[in-house]
Design a protein around this ligand. Structure first.
Ligand SMILES: [Zn+2]
Length: 426
């Protein structure tokens, strides 16, 4: 652009010199002035912030990480800056994946690997993240453009390809194995894979790669009618893999292939996709930074604002051979894992703080004991006006549902899951 403007100035000067009538020169000068103004506008451009070497907790307006580092002071996260060591791969940069990528970028994740084969279309504008001027760009390139402006500290890798093809799958696996970002890391080159794809084949490809590599991943999905979704944590050998028990929220309902017909498409809402992306990244942060409880499965039914949770054990008859191998590894490693867990619990017991957390803080924020609130909830259920009943169990009771029965065999597990998901879809 700058070169074109310079050439235009040169052409205008030549034109001015060649004009026989000097009275016409004033209008040429006017044009020249406008081009010069455009040149200076182009040079100033949008201001990009410089890279930040260390994450600081200093509370100043110019610190992009002050609010995140405050999580340490509030006692939520022990060491927030560790986020810069982590690599997360996001497969599918659509309505959920693009928003998840933006959230992780704003949180200062170390490295993001982005996979998608599609281009941005005007039909995507009902969702968040992409902008109309990015139409026809590949989703990965458009994402890198936006994300690198938001946070230049994040290392972004863009893979424009389809992971369900033979070549795409190989590139996918080798990119996950690349450890140049953190050579001393155990296992693969990434800490977590997030599946944000919209079809069964791509989920099965992610499942295959992660089972083969013993790579922990999280799956996400939004239903074709746009009003429900889920996230799920998959640890090879320890939890059900995608082939052990595909979530019926995705697999049931309308057959994907019928959606491929001309003039027919799935519905989508920026709200549901934003909620699912938020749940997915919240679970990711808890997993990476080691705080709170990482949900093994969390559903979202927006029509009833119902969030069921459950745990899924691996299926010993799973059709995926790599899954069966990981299940064997998990059983073999169990005694060593139990010893390590016991040692950790004992070590933590010795570190019980002697003084209350946040006894002194400059914001005068106090932590309220919420055990009394449970009592209030129980009491208020008795005070509902006559003729009204609660449609849904309270959050605490809903969480008891999956564990209320004795430990289940895998078949019972799947039956139970099927029943719960059918209830969720109805
Ligand atoms: Zn499996």
């Amino acid at each position: 652009m700058e070169v074109e403007l310079k050439e235009m100035l040169h052409d205008l000067e030549s034109l001015k010199q060649s004009l026989p009538d000097p009275s016409h020169r004033a209008s040429i000068d006017k044009l020249r002035l406008r081009v010069e103004q455009l040149t200076s506008l182009e040079k100033s451009g949008p201001a990009r912030r410089l890279k930040v070497k260390d994450m600081s907790a200093e509370v100043v307006d110019s610190n992009p990480y002050s609010r995140l580092m405050a999580l340490q002071r509030m006692g939520i996260v022990e060491n927030y800056e560790r986020i810069r060591e982590f690599s997360v791969a996001i497969v599918g940069i659509g309505g959920v994946g693009s928003v998840a990528a933006e959230m992780l970028t704003r949180c200062g994740i170390g490295r993001l690997l982005l996979y998608d084969y599609d281009k941005v279309e005007l039909a995507n504008m009902n969702r968040l993240f992409f902008r109309p001027e990015q139409v026809n760009m590949t989703k990965t390139d458009a994402a890198v453009q936006t994300l690198s402006d938001i946070n230049p500290d994040v290392i972004l890798e863009s893979y424009t390809m389809n992971i369900t093809t033979v070549q795409g799958f190989e590139t996918f696996v080798s990119s996950l194995k690349n450890k140049s970002f953190r050579p001393n890391k155990e296992g693969s080159g990434v800490d977590l894979v997030l599946s944000c794809v919209d079809n069964y084949e791509a989920r099965m490809a992610v499942n295959q790669a992660c089972n083969e590599m013993n790579q922990t991943w999280m799956e996400s999905g939004v239903s074709e009618d746009a009003v429900s979704g889920h996230i799920q944590l998959l640890i090879p050998g320890e939890t059900a893999c995608f082939a052990c028990a595909p979530p019926l929220v995705v697999a049931s309902g309308i057959d994907e292939r019928t959606l491929k017909r001309e003039g027919v498409c799935a519905a989508s809402l920026p709200t549901t996709m934003g909620v699912v992306a938020g749940l997915l990244v919240q679970n990711t942060l808890k997993f990476l930074l080691n705080f709170g409880q990482v949900s093994p499965y969390l559903g979202y039914n927006s029509l009833k604002d119902y969030f069921p949770t459950m745990e899924m054990k691996p299926n010993p008859q799973c059709s995926n051979v790599a899954c069966l191998e990981r299940q064997k590894d998990y059983i073999v490693a169990k005694p060593a894992r139990d010893v390590a867990l016991k040692a950790k619990v004992e070590a933590e017991a010795l570190l019980v703080p002697e003084c209350p957390l946040h006894a002194d803080n400059e914001w005068s924020i106090s932590v309220v004991d919420d055990s009394g609130l449970d009592g209030m909830d129980a009491a208020s259920s008795d005070t509902l006006p006559e003729g009204l009943v609660r449609e849904l169990p309270s959050a605490d009771k809903a969480q008891e549902l999956p564990t209320s029965e004795a430990p289940l065999t895998s078949n019972d597990d799947l039956e139970d899951l099927r029943r719960q998901l059918e209830a969720l879809n109805s």
